[in-house]
Design a protein around this ligand. Sequence first.
Ligand code: SF4
Length: 344
Amino acid sequence: MKVDPKLLIKYPFLPFLGEYLKEIYFDFEEIFKGNNLILSESLERVKLIVSGKIPKYYDDPSIEIPIFVTSLYFVSQLGTDTIYRFADYESKRFSKNIQEEKLENLLILAQHLIKSNLEIHVIKRGPYEIFEIKMPLIDYLNLAPFLGGYNWALAFKDIHLGKVYLSKSDFSRLLEESYRQWIILKANELKDYYYPELEKILIEVSKEIEEKRKTYKMSVRSYEGIDPPCMRILINDLKSGKKLSHMGRFALVTYLHSINWSVEDVINLFKSLPDFREDITRYQVEHIFGLRGGRKVYSVPSCLTMKAASLCFPESPGCDNIKHPLQYLVRIKKLKVKSGKENN
Ligand code: SF4
């Protein structure tokens, strides 16, 4: 049966990728000779993704697939950080594509990505049918720990006879993570292929990427003061490029707002993340700051909520008997004044 190569644009992990590349006479050596669309567009794509911008995609598989594979090769040569940024960006794009897919199609995609023994479970509620996906526990445990948020802990999931029962949205999120891992794996496989003719290009692109990283770091507001340990840890994680859970991001933005950071300063702080997208971050930050939608200003979550989300790392004496991270600031200031008086 002839498979539509357009499917590869959305899902390049499908098994007929290799066959298709042969069919169109894809050849790295030819592409790397220079002066062709595939080479220039692949480089452009990598640079745009690394700097948080949106690249161009083509509808024609004979152009798009070679650009995707060549971009993947370039990121494989540009270091782990670039691989992760690329994988994060592409997996978000994948996530948008699968939102339009029927559950049966998601299961087919999952067979190729996770290679798991999945089953659909139907729950009848009156006239309605609710569909869940049963995933073997072992496969769930291979993916869920990479996702931020306490709701992925097994304690919050239904498990029967070694299978985890998932909603379509949770299942889609796991597929997205699986695709992200597929890209990282493929980039790592390409790492060892060396093309001396690319050396000059790769040095130039590395320099450009490094400059962008430096700009991000310089523009991040310096962080001093007496922040609660939970927030200090979130900021340090962010600065080192670690992904934060949704709750972690939300708590940090509410906190920074409460200590009078501007929207721009908060956005600059988030630029260290590999999957940074300025448009999405700006939307979320402005929403939490009460500048969009219902104009509700969100408050910093309580210590209890932070604990429930595994984001509380108390330090004595500042955290002793407090209910809210902002109380920490008052407590520490008082303790400082007190110790100053005692020393005088
Ligand atoms: S006790 Fe409160 S302020 Fe202290 S680390 Fe936990 S959440 Fe943060």
